[in-house]
Design a protein around this ligand. Structure first.
Ligand code: BG6
Length: 301
Protein backbone atom coordinates (compact mmCIF):
# COMPACT_ATOMS: atom_id res chain seq x y z
CA UNK A 1 0.00 0.00 0.00
CA UNK A 2 1.75 3.25 -1.09
CA UNK A 3 0.08 5.48 1.54
CA UNK A 4 -0.91 4.24 4.97
CA UNK A 5 -2.52 6.49 7.58
CA UNK A 6 -2.68 5.77 11.31
CA UNK A 7 -4.03 8.02 14.07
CA UNK A 8 -0.68 9.70 14.48
CA UNK A 9 1.29 9.29 11.27
CA UNK A 10 1.31 8.77 7.53
CA UNK A 11 3.70 6.35 5.82
CA UNK A 12 4.39 6.75 2.11
CA UNK A 13 6.13 3.92 0.25
CA UNK A 14 7.63 4.04 -3.23
CA UNK A 15 5.49 1.72 -5.40
CA UNK A 16 8.56 0.32 -7.17
CA UNK A 17 10.58 -0.27 -3.98
CA UNK A 18 9.05 -1.17 -0.60
CA UNK A 19 12.34 -0.36 1.17
CA UNK A 20 12.06 3.33 0.19
CA UNK A 21 9.57 5.14 2.39
CA UNK A 22 8.92 8.34 4.30
CA UNK A 23 7.06 8.65 7.60
CA UNK A 24 5.37 11.89 8.59
CA UNK A 25 4.10 12.50 12.11
CA UNK A 26 0.89 14.54 12.09
CA UNK A 27 2.25 16.33 15.15
CA UNK A 28 4.36 19.14 13.78
CA UNK A 29 3.92 17.83 10.20
CA UNK A 30 7.32 16.38 11.07
CA UNK A 31 9.02 13.96 8.69
CA UNK A 32 10.52 11.49 11.18
CA UNK A 33 12.04 8.94 8.80
CA UNK A 34 13.24 8.80 5.22
CA UNK A 35 14.39 5.34 4.27
CA UNK A 36 16.12 5.14 0.91
CA UNK A 37 16.62 1.52 -0.14
CA UNK A 38 16.37 0.60 3.53
CA UNK A 39 18.92 3.20 4.67
CA UNK A 40 17.79 5.91 7.07
CA UNK A 41 18.76 9.42 5.89
CA UNK A 42 17.43 11.48 8.81
CA UNK A 43 18.64 11.61 12.39
CA UNK A 44 16.08 11.38 15.19
CA UNK A 45 17.18 11.49 18.82
CA UNK A 46 16.50 8.33 20.81
CA UNK A 47 15.16 10.74 23.45
CA UNK A 48 12.76 12.49 21.05
CA UNK A 49 9.13 12.73 22.14
CA UNK A 50 6.87 11.36 19.41
CA UNK A 51 3.70 11.58 21.52
CA UNK A 52 2.88 15.22 20.78
CA UNK A 53 4.16 16.53 24.09
CA UNK A 54 7.19 18.34 22.64
CA UNK A 55 8.59 19.24 19.19
CA UNK A 56 10.48 16.28 17.75
CA UNK A 57 14.25 16.40 18.26
CA UNK A 58 15.21 15.24 14.80
CA UNK A 59 13.73 14.53 11.38
CA UNK A 60 12.38 17.65 9.66
CA UNK A 61 10.69 19.97 12.19
CA UNK A 62 8.94 22.98 10.60
CA UNK A 63 9.67 26.52 11.76
CA UNK A 64 7.03 29.30 11.38
CA UNK A 65 6.39 32.22 11.85
CA UNK A 66 9.68 33.00 13.63
CA UNK A 67 13.10 31.39 13.46
CA UNK A 68 14.86 31.32 16.85
CA UNK A 69 13.67 33.87 19.38
CA UNK A 70 12.72 37.39 18.27
CA UNK A 71 14.83 40.02 20.04
CA UNK A 72 12.96 43.10 18.86
CA UNK A 73 10.29 43.72 21.49
CA UNK A 74 8.20 45.78 19.10
CA UNK A 75 7.84 42.96 16.54
CA UNK A 76 4.58 40.94 16.56
CA UNK A 77 6.57 37.68 16.81
CA UNK A 78 8.35 38.77 20.02
CA UNK A 79 6.14 36.85 22.47
CA UNK A 80 6.42 33.58 20.51
CA UNK A 81 8.51 30.66 21.74
CA UNK A 82 11.73 29.71 19.90
CA UNK A 83 10.94 28.53 16.32
CA UNK A 84 7.23 29.43 16.57
CA UNK A 85 4.24 27.13 16.86
CA UNK A 86 3.83 24.83 13.88
CA UNK A 87 6.40 22.24 14.97
CA UNK A 88 4.17 21.68 17.99
CA UNK A 89 0.73 21.72 16.38
CA UNK A 90 -1.09 18.72 14.95
CA UNK A 91 -1.52 18.98 11.18
CA UNK A 92 -4.47 17.57 9.27
CA UNK A 93 -3.73 14.87 6.71
CA UNK A 94 -5.31 16.12 3.47
CA UNK A 95 -4.61 12.97 1.45
CA UNK A 96 -2.61 11.80 -1.51
CA UNK A 97 -2.38 14.14 -4.49
CA UNK A 98 -0.35 11.99 -6.92
CA UNK A 99 0.04 8.22 -7.08
CA UNK A 100 3.45 8.20 -8.75
CA UNK A 101 5.64 9.74 -7.52
CA UNK A 102 3.64 9.32 -4.31
CA UNK A 103 2.82 12.76 -2.94
CA UNK A 104 0.84 13.65 0.17
CA UNK A 105 -0.36 16.89 1.72
CA UNK A 106 -1.00 18.18 5.23
CA UNK A 107 -2.76 21.37 6.24
CA UNK A 108 -2.61 23.67 9.24
CA UNK A 109 -4.64 26.74 10.12
CA UNK A 110 -5.31 28.78 13.27
CA UNK A 111 -8.12 26.41 14.33
CA UNK A 112 -5.59 23.58 14.86
CA UNK A 113 -3.18 25.66 16.93
CA UNK A 114 -3.40 25.83 20.70
CA UNK A 115 -5.21 29.12 21.38
CA UNK A 116 -2.72 30.20 24.07
CA UNK A 117 0.12 29.80 21.57
CA UNK A 118 -1.78 31.44 18.73
CA UNK A 119 -2.48 34.51 20.87
CA UNK A 120 1.27 35.06 21.18
CA UNK A 121 1.43 36.13 17.52
CA UNK A 122 -0.20 39.53 17.10
CA UNK A 123 -2.94 38.61 19.61
CA UNK A 124 -4.14 35.82 17.33
CA UNK A 125 -5.24 38.33 14.68
CA UNK A 126 -3.57 36.62 11.69
CA UNK A 127 -5.47 34.18 9.53
CA UNK A 128 -3.52 31.73 7.39
CA UNK A 129 -3.47 28.33 5.76
CA UNK A 130 -0.30 26.28 5.51
CA UNK A 131 -0.10 23.37 3.07
CA UNK A 132 2.82 20.97 3.41
CA UNK A 133 3.54 18.73 0.42
CA UNK A 134 5.81 15.69 0.75
CA UNK A 135 6.90 13.92 -2.45
CA UNK A 136 8.88 10.68 -2.45
CA UNK A 137 10.94 9.55 -5.43
CA UNK A 138 13.77 7.07 -5.90
CA UNK A 139 16.82 8.69 -4.24
CA UNK A 140 14.91 11.93 -3.59
CA UNK A 141 12.62 13.54 -1.03
CA UNK A 142 10.98 16.92 -1.61
CA UNK A 143 9.11 18.92 1.01
CA UNK A 144 7.29 22.08 0.01
CA UNK A 145 5.29 24.63 1.94
CA UNK A 146 2.63 27.04 0.77
CA UNK A 147 1.57 29.84 3.07
CA UNK A 148 -1.64 31.69 2.25
CA UNK A 149 -2.77 34.82 4.01
CA UNK A 150 -6.50 34.16 4.38
CA UNK A 151 -7.05 37.16 6.63
CA UNK A 152 -7.73 40.82 5.92
CA UNK A 153 -4.37 42.33 6.90
CA UNK A 154 -0.77 41.67 5.94
CA UNK A 155 1.63 39.67 8.11
CA UNK A 156 5.30 38.83 7.98
CA UNK A 157 6.99 35.56 8.82
CA UNK A 158 10.08 33.35 8.65
CA UNK A 159 10.02 29.82 7.29
CA UNK A 160 12.58 27.04 7.82
CA UNK A 161 12.89 23.29 7.24
CA UNK A 162 14.99 22.29 10.27
CA UNK A 163 16.39 19.16 8.59
CA UNK A 164 18.53 16.78 10.69
CA UNK A 165 20.64 14.50 8.46
CA UNK A 166 21.99 11.21 9.70
CA UNK A 167 25.70 10.90 8.96
CA UNK A 168 28.36 8.31 9.83
CA UNK A 169 30.71 10.73 11.67
CA UNK A 170 30.62 14.54 11.91
CA UNK A 171 34.42 14.68 12.21
CA UNK A 172 34.70 13.21 8.69
CA UNK A 173 31.86 15.31 7.23
CA UNK A 174 32.25 18.23 4.84
CA UNK A 175 29.74 20.64 3.30
CA UNK A 176 30.61 22.51 0.13
CA UNK A 177 29.47 25.52 -1.89
CA UNK A 178 29.11 28.00 0.96
CA UNK A 179 32.33 29.89 0.18
CA UNK A 180 31.90 33.65 -0.24
CA UNK A 181 28.42 33.58 1.28
CA UNK A 182 27.50 36.09 3.95
CA UNK A 183 26.78 34.52 7.27
CA UNK A 184 25.77 35.39 10.79
CA UNK A 185 27.59 33.29 13.34
CA UNK A 186 25.10 32.72 16.15
CA UNK A 187 27.87 31.69 18.57
CA UNK A 188 30.26 34.60 17.92
CA UNK A 189 27.30 36.96 17.29
CA UNK A 190 29.18 38.30 14.29
CA UNK A 191 28.50 38.82 10.60
CA UNK A 192 31.24 37.81 8.16
CA UNK A 193 31.82 36.20 4.77
CA UNK A 194 32.49 32.46 4.76
CA UNK A 195 35.99 31.89 3.46
CA UNK A 196 36.23 28.10 3.76
CA UNK A 197 35.90 26.37 0.40
CA UNK A 198 34.47 23.46 2.32
CA UNK A 199 33.05 23.39 5.82
CA UNK A 200 34.33 20.92 8.39
CA UNK A 201 33.31 20.42 12.01
CA UNK A 202 35.52 20.52 15.11
CA UNK A 203 33.29 22.22 17.68
CA UNK A 204 29.78 23.63 18.12
CA UNK A 205 28.63 25.16 14.84
CA UNK A 206 25.64 27.49 14.39
CA UNK A 207 25.67 29.77 11.34
CA UNK A 208 22.96 31.40 9.28
CA UNK A 209 24.12 31.68 5.65
CA UNK A 210 22.20 34.48 4.01
CA UNK A 211 20.84 35.32 0.56
CA UNK A 212 22.58 32.45 -1.19
CA UNK A 213 21.91 32.21 -4.94
CA UNK A 214 19.26 29.55 -5.47
CA UNK A 215 21.34 27.59 -7.95
CA UNK A 216 23.87 26.75 -5.24
CA UNK A 217 23.45 23.19 -4.06
CA UNK A 218 25.04 22.12 -0.80
CA UNK A 219 26.54 18.66 -0.70
CA UNK A 220 27.18 16.71 2.45
CA UNK A 221 30.33 14.76 1.70
CA UNK A 222 32.24 12.04 3.51
CA UNK A 223 35.57 10.60 2.27
CA UNK A 224 34.97 11.98 -1.23
CA UNK A 225 31.47 10.51 -1.44
CA UNK A 226 28.37 12.69 -1.74
CA UNK A 227 25.87 11.57 0.88
CA UNK A 228 23.16 14.18 0.24
CA UNK A 229 22.52 17.14 -2.06
CA UNK A 230 20.39 19.95 -0.66
CA UNK A 231 18.61 22.11 -3.22
CA UNK A 232 16.49 25.09 -2.14
CA UNK A 233 13.30 26.24 -3.81
CA UNK A 234 12.63 29.93 -3.18
CA UNK A 235 14.47 29.75 0.17
CA UNK A 236 17.47 32.12 0.17
CA UNK A 237 19.06 31.17 3.51
CA UNK A 238 20.45 28.06 5.15
CA UNK A 239 21.30 27.37 8.77
CA UNK A 240 24.05 24.86 9.47
CA UNK A 241 24.04 23.51 13.02
CA UNK A 242 25.78 20.91 15.12
CA UNK A 243 25.42 21.19 18.90
CA UNK A 244 28.67 19.34 19.69
CA UNK A 245 29.37 18.07 23.21
CA UNK A 246 28.19 20.68 25.76
CA UNK A 247 24.99 21.68 23.96
CA UNK A 248 24.01 18.02 23.45
CA UNK A 249 24.62 17.43 27.17
CA UNK A 250 22.44 20.42 28.02
CA UNK A 251 19.59 19.37 25.70
CA UNK A 252 17.34 17.00 27.64
CA UNK A 253 15.79 15.21 24.64
CA UNK A 254 19.12 14.79 22.84
CA UNK A 255 20.10 11.16 23.17
CA UNK A 256 22.51 9.44 23.12
CA UNK A 257 24.75 12.30 24.20
CA UNK A 258 27.27 11.16 21.57
CA UNK A 259 24.52 11.58 18.94
CA UNK A 260 26.06 14.87 17.77
CA UNK A 261 28.65 12.71 15.99
CA UNK A 262 25.95 11.23 13.79
CA UNK A 263 23.94 14.30 12.83
CA UNK A 264 24.21 17.60 11.07
CA UNK A 265 21.42 20.08 10.45
CA UNK A 266 21.35 21.84 7.08
CA UNK A 267 18.21 23.94 7.21
CA UNK A 268 16.89 25.71 4.12
CA UNK A 269 14.82 28.74 5.07
CA UNK A 270 13.96 32.39 4.78
CA UNK A 271 15.13 33.62 8.17
CA UNK A 272 17.50 36.54 7.70
CA UNK A 273 14.57 38.66 6.55
CA UNK A 274 10.81 38.39 6.82
CA UNK A 275 8.50 37.35 4.01
CA UNK A 276 5.70 39.91 3.70
CA UNK A 277 2.35 38.51 2.73
CA UNK A 278 -0.59 40.78 1.95
CA UNK A 279 -4.18 39.68 2.52
CA UNK A 280 -5.14 37.07 -0.06
CA UNK A 281 -1.54 36.38 -1.18
CA UNK A 282 0.31 33.05 -1.28
CA UNK A 283 3.99 32.21 -0.95
CA UNK A 284 5.82 28.91 -1.60
CA UNK A 285 9.19 27.48 -0.62
CA UNK A 286 10.75 24.05 -0.53
CA UNK A 287 13.74 21.77 -0.23
CA UNK A 288 14.76 18.93 -2.48
CA UNK A 289 17.04 16.33 -0.89
CA UNK A 290 18.73 13.82 -3.14
CA UNK A 291 21.24 11.06 -2.62
CA UNK A 292 24.70 10.60 -4.12
CA UNK A 293 26.07 11.72 -7.46
CA UNK A 294 29.21 13.62 -8.35
CA UNK A 295 30.85 16.33 -6.30
CA UNK A 296 29.96 19.67 -7.90
CA UNK A 297 32.06 22.63 -6.93
CA UNK A 298 30.17 25.88 -7.47
CA UNK A 299 32.07 29.09 -6.90
CA UNK A 300 30.50 32.46 -7.61
CA UNK A 301 27.47 31.95 -9.78
C1 BG6 B 1 19.05 25.79 15.05
C2 BG6 B 1 19.54 27.08 15.65
O1 BG6 B 1 18.34 26.04 13.88
O2 BG6 B 1 18.17 25.15 15.98
C3 BG6 B 1 20.22 26.80 16.96
O3 BG6 B 1 20.42 27.71 14.75
C4 BG6 B 1 19.30 26.03 17.89
O4 BG6 B 1 20.61 28.03 17.56
C5 BG6 B 1 18.82 24.78 17.18
O5 BG6 B 1 20.00 25.70 19.07
C6 BG6 B 1 17.88 23.90 18.00
O6 BG6 B 1 16.79 24.62 18.45
P1 BG6 B 1 15.71 23.93 19.36
O7 BG6 B 1 14.71 25.00 19.72
O8 BG6 B 1 15.09 22.82 18.56
O9 BG6 B 1 16.45 23.39 20.56
Amino acid sequence: MPVEETDTQVIVTLPSDPTTKVTILKYGGTVISWLNKGNEQLWVSEGAFLDGSKPVRGGIPLVFPIFGKQKDESHPTYPLPQHGFVRNSTWEFLGQTTANPPTVQFGLGPEQINSDLLKLWDNGSNDFTLILTVKLEAEKLTTEIEVENTGSKKFEFNWLFHTYFKIPDITDTLINNLIDQKCYDQLLKEHYTEKSPIISFHEEFDRIYQSIPLDKIFQIIEFGKVLINVRRLNLPDAVVWNPWIKKSEATADFFPKTGYLNMVCVEPGNVSSFINLNAGEKWKGGQELSIGGEIKVQTNI
